[in-house]
Design a protein around this ligand. Sequence first.
Ligand SMILES: Cc1cc2nc3c(=O)[nH]c(=O)nc-3n(C[C@H](O)[C@H](O)[C@H](O)COP(=O)(O)O)c2cc1C
Length: 208
Amino acid sequence: MIKVSLIVGSPRKNRSCNFLIDKAIEGIKSVSADFTINKIQITDYNIIPCNGCDACLKSPNDCPLAKEDDTNALEDLILGSTALIIAAPNYFGSVGSQIKVLIDRSRPWKMKNYLLRDVILAPMASTGLRNGGQGVISDLINFGLIQGMIIVANNLGSPVLEGNLPITSLQKYNLKEFVGKDETDELAGLIAYDLGKRVAELSLKIKK
Ligand SMILES: Cc1cc2nc3c(=O)[nH]c(=O)nc-3n(C[C@H](O)[C@H](O)[C@H](O)COP(=O)(O)O)c2cc1C
């Protein structure tokens, strides 16, 4: 079974990041029911911030903090995935702290000779204001590039009309109001769905 892991990177379990992840899961399932889908709520895991001790630079490249937190459980879920999709919230132009801590604590996976090498990474972002979110995408791309991952965006819809990056915003297009509690950013949902499809199709090609 091809394993695809998806991370809701917000401390809020059922908001915009979750919306994007659920749309991506719909897109994956539209390609095939034969994927093992791991949906991870980052806020369910206690991840201690990296303290810079550099123990991961020396064999066996383990992190001493992993004895005290939930990173081993996350490692079991994430490693061995063919693809990883992360939706992170925009906090001051960057990923929120839960995802930043995960990124920093993923350093042992790099030091163990790139355990995430050739894993597909699809970045997604949620933001308050419509023009935000790009910094979040950049943070996730940098993480993926440094880990040796294959970065993908949505390239399935209209090349003219459909954006490549799922960035959902709380701000409506007329700029003067925000979405209500039961409203969603329809275009970002469509892009997230297509990105899920793209990740699924590419995963099947890679695993052939
Ligand atoms: C600490 C904090 C900082 C934020 N900074 C920004 C920001 O710089 N620009 C922006 O557009 N939205 C900002 N937001 C709004 C969030 O990006 C927005 O609420 C987003 O929907 C959060 O994702 P979620 O709904 O999945 O939790 C911030 C929110 C918080 C809590």
